[in-house]
Ligand binder design. Structure first.
Ligand SMILES: NC(=O)c1ccc[n+]([C@@H]2O[C@H](COP(=O)([O-])OP(=O)(O)OC[C@H]3O[C@@H](n4cnc5c(N)ncnc54)[C@H](O)[C@@H]3O)[C@@H](O)[C@H]2O)c1
Length: 255
């Protein structure tokens, strides 16, 4: 087991890649703290982990709210006694997020609050505990859009993921001397319900996107979580400040 007895916080673990992460981390022996805004979804993840014989606990949490994060982190330390891994997965991509010229200010603020401030707050309250331990691994989920423009823009989302990449590098330099590694994963398009609903209905959109994908398929949540397991485990002791594109090669594609 690659994560035996490691206490791992996974934000947004009630659905999508976060839920897959909770299940796969628990299978590797991790004790999973499910940090989730949607309590019903979070409980469903906890139930699935336990049914599979793993350890998980729900901590209802809005990563964009300081009090909520502070309380959930304190309760995690009370219950599990330590925090080995902070997996900042929660992120949003509202439909109203378009170009800078037509994105409502409230939508811009919401995206920044969850995708960037959420990681800031989680780090603010988890890193002091990791400093006490002189050990920890922070995994930030950015996106391939941090590096590529798109003619169908989502400017708030794109800017937020660029910020995640930059913050990861700063954390990596500041805290590695005290035993805390920080890395980011930049997923390409992954088969989550959102993407599938859209592409299953629109064959042309699917064809255009797959034409640009050298691997010939969209990613699966497991493709991302396999990388995260490496970053969470002690196998990655010398991996710090890495910005890992896990995208089938799409960011290498000029045309
Ligand atoms: N799906 C993709 O193709 C793709 C590609 C690149 C990057 N990403 C990134 O990967 C991460 C996971 O994406 P996904 O597709 O699995 O998302 P998803 O929408 O399926 O799941 C996100 C989870 O986060 C939770 N959440 C939302 N806001 C929250 C908040 N304020 N506090 C706590 N929890 C909150 C949601 O309730 C949900 O359970 C996100 O950061 C996303 O930006 C996704």
């Amino acid at each position: 087991m690659r994560l035996k007895d490691k206490v791992c916080i996974i934000t947004g673990a009630g659905g999508g890649m976060g839920q897959t992460a909770a299940l796969m981390f628990a299978r590797e022996g991790a004790q999973v703290a499910v940090f989730e805004l949607n309590e019903e979804a979070g409980l469903n993840t906890v139930k699935q982990v336990r049914e599979a014989g793993g350890i998980a606990e729900l901590f209802a949490c809005n990563v964009a709210n300081e009090q909520s994060v502070k309380q959930a982190v304190e309760r995690t330390i009370e219950l599990f006694g330590r925090i080995d891994v902070l997996y900042n997965n929660a992120g949003i991509m509202p439909a109203e997020d378009h170009s800078v010229i037509d994105t409502p200010v409230e939508v811009w603020d919401l995206v920044m609050n969850v995708n960037v401030k959420g990681i800031f707050l989680m780090c603010k309250y988890v890193i002091p505990e990791m400093l006490r331990q002189q050990k920890g691994s922070i995994i930030n989920i950015a996106s391939f859009v941090a590096f590529m423009g798109c003619s169908v823009p989502q400017d708030a989302y794109t800017a937020s993921k660029g910020a995640v990449v930059s913050l990861t590098r700063s954390l990596a330099i500041q805290f590695r001397p005290q035993g805390i590694r920080s890395n980011a994963i930049c997923p390409g398009p992954i088969e989550t319900p959102l993407l599938l609903d859209w592409l299953v209905k629109d064959e042309e959109a699917k064809r255009i996107r797959l034409n640009r994908q050298p691997s010939g398929r969209f990613g699966k949540p497991e493709d991302i979580v396999n990388c995260a397991i490496y970053l969470a485990s002690d196998e990655s002791d010398w991996t710090n400040g890495a910005i890992l594109n896990v995208d089938g090669g799409i960011t290498c594609n000029y045309f």
